[in-house]
Design a protein around this ligand. Structure first.
Ligand code: G1P
Ligand code: ZN
Length: 539
């Protein structure tokens, strides 16, 4: 039954910010998935008898790739796979299962928030025993292996039935099919005050949760409607579909537009939230009110004492460098250790493992804590519900009070998409050259204090990572430039802009940041080089 298949390498299997992510059309090529998986097994080395968690977000090709993975795992001598029923697992649920079962790692078949379907994207995230995605040292070694791969091992057997819970065998390997939701729910019940949130819903509190036709639907129905008692129908788009029903499952103001319309209507529910394709991102809304992810991290951190699992104290907090400085002021006020890291969740993992931080977050709608080693969309939603239940205040009241106490960091991210890689690389290289000369220069009302690349020295493993170029201005304003590491083709330039305001809290962020946006365009010569005079996506 064991088959050894000869193959030739693909040269594009380097993992980015979050695993391997490519156009579905690329991934369906003969041996593409097989080459990549075999390179992982080769890099791990002795996989004999090891155990892995396996699941995915249900997108197009999930069902095909998971069968290849199962058959290759058995052929490579892996001892056991724990698989979510029908091949479903959210990224946070998978991280929890890795830690809870002390497995050697796990695989989530997902391109996260990127659209799915034959014309969309597919992806493979590989996590180690830490519960988090493989660190760069490991992903680099895997990439090296993909460049010289000559053969892979696979069992020549019919497809495995993933619909029935329980245990079965494939050769010497054990396959356990589990309920993808159960362990995750238990973990959430151990963190938050479910009784208080239940009371909140009993009192008539209303919510809309948009699962965006992706993997969190079954989790959200179970938790919000069945356990916490949110009105039936509160969770919408709850059936995971292979193409996400045509939605772009990225919870932000642009792509979650139905939810945004509902929350800005006159009869809006009290609370609105959405998660992304694989359930690790979150968006939080109140009645006619949007909370930026940067502010969300700051508000959650400021209120940690309201949550049963955190009330006795937290270690510290971290953000990605591109995230606004809102949480820095909270960390200072609470005297908490604080870290700023490159973009990508893997940088938080060392800080969590070494008990330096408990909470962390990114501007890209990712928030989480050390309960697992990935960001966690439903965790963030429950955290907000718990704060609302404990304080009796609305999302807007909570956030406004926060700004009055700490000031408001007006913040936006501008994405310039579909640039050629060459143009983008040259733009960044030239800008980096130019940084030292910017100090003291004035752009409208803003004067540059210092400009330099962001360099992170990991306090745990000693590695050093450069990620993005940062311009700091004299009044605390900040512009960060970096290239996306998750695109499936071409390059995306991200420009992150923030500005602190201590008195005016109800202004339009775009207006407040207009001067800095113009400065960014000028400094990086964006229009000249890309032909774009505005960003493609503003969030
Ligand atoms: C994007 C986000 C980043 C996040 C990653 C995976 O990466 O910006 O914060 O960790 O997706 O969800 P980027 O495309 O910017 O490299
Ligand atoms: Zn995701």
């Amino acid at each position: 039954m064991l088959k050894i298949v000869s193959t030739t390498p693909y040269t594009d299997q380097k993992m980015g910010t979050a695993g391997l992510r490519r156009k579905s059309k690329v991934v369906v090529q003969p041996n593409y998935v097989e080459n990549f998986l075999q390179s992982i097994f080769n890099t791990i080395g002795n996989v004999k008898g090891q155990t892995y968690i396996v699941g995915g977000d249900g997108r197009f090709y999930n069902d095909v790739a998971i069968q290849k993975l199962i058959k290759m795992a058995a052929a490579n001598g892996i001892g056991k796979l724990i698989i979510g029923q029908n091949g479903f697992l959210s990224t946070p649920a998978s991280s929890n299962l890795i830690l809870k079962n002390k497995t050697d790692g796990g695989f989530v078949l997902s391109a996260s928030h990127n659209p799915g379907g034959p014309n969309g994207d597919f992806g493979i995230k590989y996590a180690t025993a830490s519960g988090g995605q493989a660190p760069s040292s490991v992903s680099d070694a895997i990439y090296k292996n993909t460049l010289s791969i000559k053969e892979y091992k696979i069992m020549d057997v019919p497809d495995i039935d993933l619909s029935k819970l329980g245990t079965q065998k494939l050769g010497d390997m054990t396959i356990e099919i589990i309920d993808p939701v159960k362990d995750y729910v238990e973990m959430m019940e151990g963190i938050f005050d479910f009784a208080a949130i239940k009371k909140l819903f009993e009192s008539g509190f209303t919510m809309r949760y948009d699962a965006m036709n992706a993997v969190t639907g079954p989790y959200a129905i179970r938790i919000f409607e069945e356990i916490l008692g949110a009105k039936k129908g509160s969770v919408v788009n709850f059936r995971p579909l292979p193409d996400f029903g045509g939605l772009h499952p990225d919870p932000n103001l642009v792509y979650a537009k139905d939810l945004v319309a509902t929350m800005y209507a006159d009869n809006a529910p009290d609370f609105g939230a959405a998660n992304d394709g694989d359930g690790d991102r979150n968006m939080i809304l109140g009645k006619k009110f949007f909370v930026t992810p940067s502010d969300s991290l700051a508000v959650l951190t400021d209120n940690y004492q309201l949550i049963p699992a955190y009330k006795n104290g937290i270690y510290g907090v971290a953000k990605s460098a591109a995230t606004s400085t809102a949480v820095c002021r909270v960390a200072e006020a609470h005297n908490l250790p604080f870290y700023s890291v490159p973009t990508g969740w893997k940088y938080f993992v060392n800080l969590m493992d070494s008990k330096r931080i408990t909470f962390c977050g990114e501007e890209s709608f990712g928030t989480g804590s050390s309960h697992i080693r990935e960001k966690d969309g439903i965790w963030a939603v429950l955290f907000w519900l718990n704060i609302i239940a404990a304080t009796g205040k609305s999302v807007e009241e909570i956030t406004m009070e926060h700004w009055k106490k700490y000031g408001r960091s007006y913040y936006m991210r501008f994405d310039f998409e579909g640039i050629s890689t060459e143009v983008a690389d040259k733009l960044m290289a030239d800008l980096e050259q130019k940084l030292p000369s910017l100090a003291g220069k004035t752009y409208g009302a803003h004067t540059v204090k210092v400009a330099a690349p962001f360099v992170y020295n990991d306090p745990v493993d000693g590695s050093s990572t450069k990620n993005g170029l940062v311009i700091d201005f004299t009044q605390g304003e900040k512009i960060t430039f970096r290239l996306s590491g998750t695109g499936s083709s071409g390059a995306t330039l991200r420009v992150y802009i923030e500005r602190l305001e201590n008195h005016k809290f109800k202004e339009d962020p775009k207006q407040m940041l207009a001067g800095l946006f113009d400065a960014a365009m000028e400094i990086a010569e964006i229009e000249n080089r890309t032909g774009k005079h505005q960003a493609d996506v503003n969030t």
